[in-house]
Design a protein around this ligand. Sequence first.
Ligand code: ACO
Length: 332
Amino acid sequence: MTYSRIAGLGFYVPETMVTNHDLEKYMDTSDEWIRERSGIETRHFFTEGKDTVSKMGARASEVAMEKAGVTPEEIDFIVFATLSPDYNFPGSGVLLQRELPFRNIGALDVRTQCTGFIYGLSVADQFIKSGMYKNVLVVGSEIQSNILEKSTRNRDFAVLFGDGAGAAVVQATDNEDSRILSTHLHSEGKYAEDLLLEHPGSNLKNRMSTKIIEEGKHLPYMKGSAVFKHAVTRFPEAINEALDANNMTKDDIDMLVPHQANLRISEAVRRKMGLDEDKVYNNIQRYGNTTAATIPIALSELDEAGRLKKGDVICLAAFGSGFTWASCLLKW
Ligand code: ACO
């Protein structure tokens, strides 16, 4: 039987660190408001001329491939998750393909926002289990500081997000004790407009006019309270679905890595699940919400710190724009 496992992880964050006090210079906000509402203390913003979403993905991928002991020539397929692609089209997957010496392999962009990395893992897992590919690179990378306006009209959104990238090499294995156990994917499109960025969508009237900018349609919109309410329900649902599918209980979880949306959401989920603090990993304090990149960055940090032990049961869970939600249970 062929399974898949994460064989190597890597991440990259741009060098410019931005504190809450730095944001106070651009908008009517405060360090206290941001910390209390989200837990965020700092985030990183990209450097123009150096960082692009695909280049950042490439830096994270280089580390992941080195850790996995595979060369770019050995990668069979790229899955690239992002809500902030370099171009509206083509996708960032093909831009990553040209960054490193890959063969002319397939490259697929995943557009499910905060759940993008788990959706990507699921795609990789299916391709590997079917026998089609042996090594799939799954990347989550975002430059969000450039799609936000650092101004008061955008402040509820702008203070929460950061830039960063993470990557995983997903590899075929026959070891049933160290593998992806299952993935679970969901969506509920009736809430699409509760967390969206309209421009440059083809649905938008007068999409080439300056009115778009005056009306702020080029900026993301978020119904914060609705996101919060749905997130604290869907996260536990997704985690329990993964546990049930594998005849496990929350006591089997060695580490929960939730998408880093907001520390208050992670805390509410931890309490609802009845998990101890040391069983849930959070790093949103340092990076903000990096959307598709939060989970691979968190996993990379745990790996580097030696906190992922052979046989550990790791649960990944995410909720975000769409709405979409997803989970993945794996044995390290
Ligand atoms: N700084 C200061 N004040 C602000 C800011 C800011 N950055 N943003 C909004 N405000 C003001 C509003 O204008 C409003 O003022 P008013 O009361 O005078 O009208 C007030 O703060 C809103 O305060 P609250 O309603 O108490 O804010 P709340 O506690 O609901 O927090 C927040 C807002 C943080 C957006 C909350 O709804 C939330 O956490 N939602 C979840 C959203 C989230 O985490 N999204 C992550 C991205 S999506 C994802 O990854 C799943």
